[in-house]
Design a protein around this ligand. Structure first.
Ligand SMILES: *Cc1c(COP(=O)(O)O)cnc(C)c1O
Length: 345
């Protein structure tokens, strides 16, 4: 069967990283978790390493191997989830740097991999990962004696510049880390855009590199075309798809397109979203099914081989708005079965 065609512009990706890196005076690492936000952790990390990135961040130790292979032995690869019970082997083999989240993890790290590099993750109010103030105060002397590579925390509301949580977390982070000599990191993409006081020594952009909000000046990285498998003519009054949720109010041409919710095209955009042919909007009619979408192409002068779901007239963020989600979810849901083409920088 035909599958979608995903074009990934590594040149745009690199220019987004460079633009973010320039905003924070060359302090940017790169977050490549979740298979490089769906775009391919190996390809993405390799391109960014070639452009000068030296610090990479993944969510789980298992994700580190692919990145290590792409970036070589010298780059630093940090693991947000830290050092879990099953992570010791892979941390050692791939030379990963766990970001220690608790006293438990710290004990495990020192007992199993004494002398192996580590970082510290602090919780400054998000209540997700990291040590809180009291725990940190208790272990800081021991931890600092072992020379952590990085001390970091994460902002909960950085995509809302006016949110009072930003200044609050900045203040807590300073209270927890002022006076220590270890490099510090607080900002992801949103935090970079908040300004210099949030940058500290290292920043951790993710989504902005991949061309999505909140980095408004990003260059789009992804284009997704879905092939048309079949078209048919409908008379006024005929219905389309599961549940007969759409009925033709005029004689219509309906294209059946390869791609469905199994490809990360969220079912929530049934009868609401659209695909594009050049600059013509072609509405999705009927329900998105597992592998197929039905699209009203009546207004096209001629029916093309494929329609565009993500492209110049509809960004991943636009699509996210229609589905009631965020660009992050659209990108990380992109199907493994799409044919992928990488455009080199
Ligand atoms: C995902 C993540 C990032 C990157 O965030 P973006 O909003 O994609 O830039 C940075 N730090 C941590 C801890 C994360 O979980």
């Amino acid at each position: 069967m035909a599958t979608g065609f995903l074009n990934i512009d590594l040149g745009a990706l690199v220019s987004n990283w460079q633009a973010l890196n320039a905003k924070c005076d060359g302090k940017a690492g790169a977050v490549v978790k979740a298979n490089g936000y769906g775009l391919g952790a190996g390809r993405v990390s390799g391109a960014l390493a070639a452009a000068g990135a030296t610090k990479f961040f993944v969510a789980a130790a298992e994700e580190g191997a692919k990145v290590r292979q792409a970036v070589g032995q010298d780059a630093e690869i940090y693991v947000f989830s830290g050092h879990g019970p099953t992570d010791t082997g892979i941390i050692a083999e791939q030379n990963l740097i766990p970001l220690i989240n608790s006293l438990d993890q710290m004990t495990r790290h020192f007992e199993t991999l004494a002398g192996h590099p580590f970082g510290i993750q602090l919780d400054t109010g998000m209540n997700r990962l990291g040590m809180e103030m009291s725990e940190w105060q208790a272990v800081a002397p021991i931890a600092l004696e072992q020379g952590p590579k990085l001390v970091m925390s994460h902002l909960a509301c950085a995509d809302e510049p006016d949110h009072p949580m930003n200044a609050y977390q900045l203040d807590v982070f300073k209270k927890m880390t002022d006076g220590i000599t270890v490099p510090r990191s607080l900002a992801a993409t949103g935090g970079i855009l908040l300004g210099k006081e949030y940058h500290f020594d290292v920043t951790r952009p993710g989504i902005g590199i991949y061309g999505a909000a909140p980095f408004g000046d990003a260059t789009p990285v992804v284009k997704l075309d879905l092939p048309i498998i079949q078209t048919r003519d409908l008379a006024e009054g005929e219905v389309v798809g599961y549940g007969n949720s759409w009925q033709a109010s005029r004689p219509s041409i309906i294209a059946t397109v390869a791609g469905g919710y199994a490809d990360g095209i969220l079912r929530a955009i049934s009868n609401r979203g659209a695909l594009w042919s050049g600059s013509t909007r072609c509405p999705i009619v009927g329900r998105v099914s597992m592998d197929l979408i039905t699209v009203d192409v009546t207004d096209l002068e001629h029916v093309p081989d494929a329609l565009t779901l993500i492209g110049p007239h509809q960004s991943a963020d636009d699509l996210a708005d229609v589905a009631g989600t965020i660009g992050y979810e659209i990108l990380t849901s992109l199907a493994a079965r799409y044919k992928r083409k990488y455009v080199q920088p």
